[in-house]
Write a protein that binds this ligand. Sequence first.
Ligand SMILES: [Zn+2]
Length: 268
Amino acid sequence: MIEVRRPAPDGKLLASLHDRTRRLGQAPTTESARAEWRQAKAVRRDVRRLLETAAPGMARCMYCGDSQGTDVDHFEPLKRAPGRAFDWLNHLLACSYCNSNKKRDRFPCDEHGGPLLIDPTAEAPYDHLRLTFSTGHYVALSAKGAATIAVFGLGRPALERGRAAAFVRCRSMLRDCAALLNGGDAAGAGEVRNALLVQPFADVLHGMLRHAHRPGAAVVFGAEVVGILKRWHTMAPGASAALPGARHGGDAGVAGGRAAAGEVRPPR
Ligand SMILES: [Zn+2]
């Protein structure tokens, strides 16, 4: 899971969402909210498309970062908050597995009623989750991290194997990048950089960028890889950026995550 910058809906979509919320009435039920949501085909499509522009990689799920984001998930479920059916701040892009098989209506809260799930558009997931690169395993750093792992199934074996493989792939591609740069081929290095930014499991590259400045990073990643990670923000993106998000401009757009690799928080 990586941080996602939530885009702003245009006036037309905002008006539609507002109108639909008004139509729900003062005391909507879960059933009436679900019925309205199902009926609002055009609004659902527009919400999904806008979320896709902010999702990691090639419109990946904002929770697992692996599968295609196909569903608009209500972060606070309609069962609990039917009035938020058309609340833009309650919409996230999820794969059907995370949405329908894992999260469903679950929404654990702490003793003060605050959500125990990480909303990647509202907070930094890595404040609550630490990734072990070699195994792809997430360790919880807080109660919220533990609940997030449990509810979204972030420890499922396919995801852990996928993250571990992504780590190998990232290291290899970063070494390619370094070799191209050393050979004076900045454009070639930029192409590799673009490709890295749209890989599934964006959390792996983001984690590596955050860890590059920490002591011991060279032991885990290799000195050459650490060198390129440290130069990452100054590298020019490749020319053939016909990738999702390129239309939004800038590195963050190419990265798909929008709060993407170019904007990774400095290490603490
Ligand atoms: Zn997912």
